[in-house]
Design a protein around this ligand. Sequence first.
Ligand code: 3PG
Length: 391
Amino acid sequence: IRSVRDLPVEGRRVFVRVDFNVPLEGGKVGDDTRIRAAIPTLRHLLERGARVVVASHLGRPKGAPDPKYSMEPAAQKLAELMGVEVLLADDCVGDGPRKVVQDLREGQIACLENLRFHAEEEKNDAQFAAELAKLGDVYVNDAFGAAHRAHASVAALPKQIRDRGAGFLMEAELDALGKISKGEVQRPYVAVLGGAKVSDKLAVLEALLQKVDALIIGGAMANTFLAAKGASMGKSLVEQDKLALARTIMTRAGERKVDLLLPDDFVVGTGLDATSGRAALPDEIGAEEMALDIGPKSVEAFSKKLRGAKTVFWNGPMGLFENEAFAAGTRAIAKTMSELSGAFTVVGGGDSVAAVQETGLADKFGHVSTGGGASLELLEGRKLPGVDALR
Ligand code: 3PG
């Protein structure tokens, strides 16, 4: 895969697929992390005298224009962050964008309208890709977050443009997550997995078990493991149909000599919207209570394990951190990781990344992925269509 650094971009139109699929709040960009992350590539291209065209999807519109999902707020935020003029086209194909790109002046960026306003995008339609190809002489993919989608702008389009390559963000993501997924890292290598369901993380769990020295499991998915060991978890979320699977995973961890850590205690509450919780050991969970966060003993035990690590990968929150009453465990784990000196720390996946951003500690991590699904698929060892298409 060629790097944007090595592509002949001077004076040429460069189509940059970015992932500006950002959360919106009241018509404005809520979290601009993904926009910031694309800036090094865009700056490099402008400095090299390229005519830059950025394109992205936003949300999941139903294959037709929907003003709710316009790229307008993202384009505005990009202009603000870069201090350059960003011209928004009224569509991503056809005469409108062609004119905008044609009229681009030095230092300006053209932003296409939401790619998913056309159903052909998600169908990976070659004809639609050919229309997009008319807007660029060179193709750069910096949309790591969308690399697991076999969609036209990600998969079909690059195959139609000979000068194609990866942007700086894509390179950084593939480098950090690639090392993590291959286990080509310094040891001890400790992975922390959280989130609600074992079933969502099964493939990642199995892939990590082959590589790590220790696996820490928190979040509601830990409930299923504890229930499989015979703990009574009250009204906690437990996947009853995954108990046997949880036992198999624990056996496999034993066989591979992977140290598997589960929570020793919890913060329990009466429901997802409870406004307070109390610390409880597994056998102290009341019949009407739910485990909604890891407790202080677990934070201590997990932190101790993390402090001995040379490499850490984290995916998934330790509890219901969007509820203030159950956010402490996730925050404490983020803090411990941020304080590790001499360890390579990687966070991947939407919710744990949001937790890290929220604590303001993101710059203390080795790598914070902009990819949700994409980072998990990479970890699972699956091929990403958006990466393959760059080869
Ligand atoms: C993401 O946010 O994970 C990517 O932008 C992909 O979005 P999607 O899940 O709607 O395809």
